[in-house]
Ligand binder design. Structure first.
Ligand code: FES
Length: 207
């Protein structure tokens, strides 16, 4: 069932249409990420190591760009849980990528508040601007366009998440400007929203 009769839900890179993880190259955390993991795991009781699965997967994704079967195996071993436990998490959350994505992943919310405030027009503008459909990455590997469910910014709809940064109250015009800005300024064009700042702090990455 779709909020948008015309929207091609089946064509999107979405939980229900995900592929199984690639085996990928051998994977272990870099020394830097292993040190970050060792800090993160201290926040959890010894019998609750499994609760660190989300940040452990984010570290793997930051390191490799997407989650492979070997990365899942590594995370499972570190947390003392089964590979199936970790796969369940990866397959549930759309923010974990199971295939290569572009440098900037543009996630357009398509849930109700955003839908009635013009998310479909934002997606159409981005589709035209980038020359790709939802679920695709451009030939240069710079942009991946995705449609996702509620991003938790319903009062500022339509909302778009680019990598870990929220951009809100988007119109087709400022969505196009955001793409131009990303092309011109790279990561500096991402908003400094609290979620991005807090996530980097929690993982011990950057500023
Ligand atoms: S409906 Fe789009 S952010 Fe909640």
């Amino acid at each position: 069932m779709s909020f948008h009769p015309k929207m091609a839900y089946g064509a999107t890179f979405h939980k229900s249409s995900r592929h199984l993880e690639e085996e990928g190259p051998a994977f272990v955390y870099t020394p830097e990420n292993r040190a970050r993991f060792d800090v993160i795991i201290q926040r959890y009781p010894p019998d609750r190591r499994r609760s660190a699965v989300l940040p452990a997967l984010y570290l793997a994704q930051y390191q490799q760009g997407y989650i492979t079967a070997n990365a899942i195996r590594h995370v499972a071993e570190l947390l003392g849980i089964t590979r199936a436990d970790v796969e369940d998490v990866v397959s549930y959350y759309t923010m974990y990528y199971t295939r290569p994505v572009g440098r900037f992943v543009i996630n357009v919310c398509r849930t109700l508040s955003c839908a009635i405030n013009g998310a479909e027009r934002v997606t159409e503008e981005l589709r035209a601007k980038l020359g790709i459909n939802p679920g695709e990455t451009d030939a240069s590997g710079t942009f991946t366009l995705m449609e996702v469910e509620c991003l938790g910014a319903c009062d500022r709809a339509p909302a778009v998440m680019v990598n870990d940064a929220w951009h809100e109250c988007l119109t087709p015009e400022n969505a196009a400007r955001l793409v131009d800005d990303l092309r011109a300024r790279g990561e500096a064009a991402l908003s400094g929203c609290h979620h991005l700042v807090e996530k980097k702090r929690d993982l011990g990455i950057g500023d």
